[in-house]
Design a protein around this ligand. Structure first.
Ligand code: 5GP
Length: 182
């Protein structure tokens, strides 16, 4: 790709590949939830907002959108699995069909925490959807709807950032390791 930002090593998932896969995920979800009254898509801020916006607009079944946010990623949080809720849902989810929508699953601690937090609120069902999952040893959290398996590198774009940069790129790209410290 020409004109790649100097912080970026390479494009891992192109805009076209994302578009096609998001449409495919929407079809999978529509098939599985064809008989329910509605689905609640819970986007995890900030990273999932672009993915959620595209997925929700593809989805041809009744759905509503809500958001949660957790404390920002840090080395300590990764090793201990400590995740802090900083923004909760606006609406109760009791007896609702919930799909948690994540940008990326790395160690799996975030998804694990959110899954169990929502499970305690007695939804009719909970499933998980992630645009990407890193190919690494992680908690064994099932991702019911997975966009792409990616290498264990730091990625940005399509909602994913590094220090709030590169979030609105239309593709997912690998950040050069030397750009981490900038
Ligand atoms: P986990 O709890 O699965 O280790 O991490 C999940 C969160 O870490 C993601 O929601 C995301 O915010 C952040 N994260 C993990 N890997 C990456 C990455 O490669 N790029 C970006 N931008 N965020 C990441």
């Amino acid at each position: 790709m020409t004109n790649l930002h100097p912080d970026l090593a390479r494009v891992i998932i192109s805009a076209e590949e994302i578009e096609a896969r998001v449409a495919g995920l929407a079809v999978e979800i529509e098939t599985d939830y064809a008989d329910v009254e509605r689905v609640i898509l819970v986007g995890i801020l900030k990273g999932a907002f672009i993915f959620l916006a595209d997925l929700a607009r593809e989805l041809q079944i009744p759905h509503i959108v809500d958001f949660m946010a957790v404390s920002s990623y840090g080395k300590t949080a990764t090793s201990t699995g400590a995740v802090r809720l900083v923004l909760d849902l606006r609406e109760p989810i009791e007896n609702e069909h919930v799909i948690l929508v994540e940008d990326i699953v790395d160690t799996g601690h975030t998804l694990n925490y959110l899954y169990h937090t929502l499970q305690m609120r007695n939804p009719a069902s909970i499933r998980t959807c992630a645009l990407t999952r890193k190919d690494r040893d992680a908690l064994n959290i099932p991702v019911d709807y997975l966009g792409f398996e990616i290498p264990d590198v730091w990625v940005v774009g399509y909602g994913l950032d590094y220090a709030d940069k590169h979030r609105t790129l239309p593709y997912v790209a690998e950040l050069k390791p030397e750009a981490y410290t900038k």
